[in-house]
Design a binder for this molecule. Structure first.
Ligand code: BDP
Length: 677
């Protein structure tokens, strides 16, 4: 076991289970549908799974029916009323009185998704009993954003090189490209942006369109559409024009011709993702135009064939003193101005993928614009691939958040979708660590159904990935479920944010105060001094709170009422101020760092008890990572406390372990080997 098979391992069932499953998994099915590439994938998946799980490749008496709804007579046991008008990909799985199982769907991709759902259930539980009966995706776009560069480097990637071999495409298609599409389809992901948002224009040149076409052709049977990050200045960079002004007729004609060229090769091309006027990227503001002007120009070029996904990750407004307010300030006034085939993609929080952020105030504030949520699956700010942090609880926190204006964030994004910055790479286990596979998995599951709870996802993943032994599933799920909170505790407790070292973001550097842009500095975020710590975002400070609906803002406005996990995000608090817990802020803060350390130790001890249950290779891989995490959690705590103490001169509360190194020693550490940008 090296992790390559992800959650699609299909291990042998017990004799009794295999006997029961044989009629339903295996290469022979009754088909009420025309053969297509997608149907062939469903059948071969059943064949492989059947062989692996039951020891027989062909089911002797096939009892599984794959049926297109339009081929089912009304009144038949196969008919499913909920499929009428259901979104693309929906499926039903029913068990008839005669013992047959029927997967019914309006489209072939729904039959493939239904097949994966049945196999998931059998893998996780050993039987088809209790398999879900009807399922439909909650949102149309469920996509991965790869920050992969054409030279094979992955920005913020911790799992090796890029999985995309642009060098040898289109002639050579790596088997990984098929395995990747299959893994995505198994969890309902249906789109991939194949290149970094910090895009290179040459990827729009004809030779790249040929490469892209090869990928699109390979992924089509799995229902994955290809998208490209487009650099806004491409008409200048590669088009021979001297401007990229979105209102210039020659620029518009250039994009129109480019879109036509792409669609001639890839009829189902998904569209463009654009990072514009953000962190040095070109954009419409270079010509005095708005984000809407830029997005609409590209939307016109694509027409009804595709979608422009325009990112709201901007922080350049000069008149705002708080980075957390800038995206809202730039985008909310444009509500209603975006074309129908434009989606604005908004990060989960207003800063940048921190271990904890409140939800982005744009959610709910642009009722006339389709908004998509961007989550980061790769753990740029949560310990890279070596720290164990299961992110479903973090995403749930945002998806479930009530905006006070248009329901929950999940409801706001339902007409558009979810994008996840991928954590895949060339590592044999795909994601740099075994447990990071769970984040890819959870992302897909939540994009399909954001009302799934984290525990369900953790348990089904663990059962498929590691073992069906019930007590071990309990143990693994337990390790996973608290893990993100643990990381937040030892890195950025109580709403602190962005304390990571410059550039690579590896480890703590709270002392950095002198980078050219103020909002690149940890000091800008923690604002700690002799007196206190935290960012005042109330009306007496930046008033970022006012960007939220009053019903939401009121939960956070009062430092005595706020969930302490958000305290220092919204408030500046004196070190010695007494909190509702009865402890001072300083005591509370130290307590949280200490709890974070204790929890990593507990996770490690708990994992050690799984030695007899998990295969030796993966057991050792995880154990080694946990040892790194134990050391690095201590590094975070020690550095942070030494630095805070250098400002507040307070002793550690009674009972707290001493800080092992001096601030000078922590500051002297250098990490040239940490993966850079
Ligand atoms: C930040 C990353 C940077 C990305 C940027 C973005 O540090 O590498 O380019 O976000 O999302 O999280 O555009």
């Amino acid at each position: 076991e090296d992790g390559y098979d992800l959650w699609l391992r299909y291990t042998l069932l017990s004799g009794e289970e295999a006997n029961a499953a044989r009629p339903f998994v295996g290469g022979s099915v009754q088909l009420l549908a025309d053969r297509s590439e997608t149907i062939n994938r469903a059948i071969s998946e059943l064949g492989e799974a059947g062989a692996a799980m039951t020891g027989l490749k062909i089911s002797p008496h096939p009892q599984l029916v794959l049926a297109r709804a339009d081929r089912v007579e009304s009144g038949s046991y196969l008919a499913e009323i909920r499929l009428v008008g259901a979104p693309e990909g929906a499926f039903s799985i029913r068990t008839a009185r005669n013992g047959r199982i029927a997967i019914t769907a309006n489209d072939d991709i729904g039959l493939l998704y239904g097949t994966f759902a049945l196999l998931r259930h059998v893998q996780a539980t050993g039987s088809n009993e209790g398999v879900e009966r009807f399922s439909a995706p909650a949102m149309p776009l469920r996509m991965l954003n790869h920050w992969d560069n054409p030279d094979g480097h992955v920005e913020r990637g911790y799992a090796g090189r890029s999985i995309f071999d642009w060098w040898h495409l289109p002639e050579k298609l790596d088997q990984r490209m098929i395995d990747y599409a299959r893994a995505n389809a198994s969890i309902g992901i249906n789109g991939a942006v194949v290149n970094n948002v910090n895009a290179r224009s040459f990827m729009l040149e004809p030779r790249y369109i040929a490469k892209l076409k090869r990928l699109a052709d390979a992924w089509r049977p799995y229902g994955i559409r290809v998208y490209l990050s487009a650099r806004f200045s491409a008409p200048r960079d590669i088009g021979g024009l001297d401007t990229a002004d979105p209102l210039d007729p020659a620029v518009r004609a250039w994009w129109q011709a480019k879109a036509d060229e792409i669609y001639a090769a890839i009829p189902d091309f998904g569209g463009f993702l654009v990072k514009a006027n953000s962190e040095g990227q070109p954009g419409p503001q270079d010509y005095g135009r708005t984000h809407a002007d830029g997005a609409n120009m590209l939307a016109e070029a694509l027409g009804p064939r595709g979608t422009v996904i325009w990112r709201a990750f901007v922080y350049s407004a000069e008149d705002e003193t708080d980075r957390a307010k800038q995206a809202y300030a730039e985008f909310v006034p444009l509500d209603g101005q975006f074309a129908d085939n434009v989606i604005v993609q908004v990060k989960n929080g207003p800063i940048d993928f921190q271990p904890r952020e409140p939800f982005h105030p744009i959610f709910g504030a642009m009722p006339n614009t389709r908004l998509m949520l961007e989550a980061q699956i790769t753990k740029e700010y949560l310990g890279f691939a070596s720290h164990l942090a299961f992110l479903a609880p973090m995403w749930k926190e945002v998806l479930d958040a009530e905006t006070g204006r248009m329901g929950s964030v999940a409801q706001v994004v339902a007409p558009a979708g979810l994008a996840g910055v991928a954590n895949t790479g060339s590592d044999r286990n795909w994601t740099g660590s075994h447990f990071d596979q769970a984040n890819w998995y959870a992302f897909g599951r939540l994009a399909w159904n954001p009302s799934l709870d984290s525990e369900t996802i953790a348990r089904e993943w663990a059962a498929q990935t590691f073992t069906r032994h019930p007590a071990s599933i309990d143990r693994i799920a337990n390790i996973m479920l608290g893990s993100r909170e643990t990381v937040a505790r030892y890195m950025t407790p109580m709403g602190l944010a962005h304390l990571m070292d410059t550039g690579h973001h590896y480890g703590p550097a709270p002392w950095v105060c002198d980078l050219p842009r103020p909002e690149w500095n940890p000091c800008y975020y923690h604002r700690a001094d002799e007196q206190g710590i935290g960012f005042d975002r109330t009306v007496s400070g930046s008033d970022a709170l006012s960007q939220y609906h009053p019903s939401v803002a009121s939960q956070w406005a009062d430092p005595a009422q706020i969930d302490p996990r958000f305290l220092l995000w919204f408030h500046r608090v004196d070190w010695n101020e007494r909190l509702p817990s009865g402890r001072t802020l300083w005591e509370e803060l130290v307590g949280r760092y200490d709890r974070g350390i204790a929890e990593v130790d507990a996770m490690t001890a708990s994992w050690a008890l799984l030695e007899d249950v998990i295969d030796p290779g993966r057991f050792r891989d995880v154990s080694q990572n946990l040892a790194i995490q134990q050391a690095e959690a201590r590094w975070w705590r020690g550095t942070s406390l030494a630095y805070w103490q250098s400002l507040n001169n307070l002793p550690l509360p009674e009972g707290a372990q001493p800080v092992p190194d001096t601030l000078g020693e922590y500051r002297a550490r250098r990490f040239p080997e940490a993966p850079g940008q």
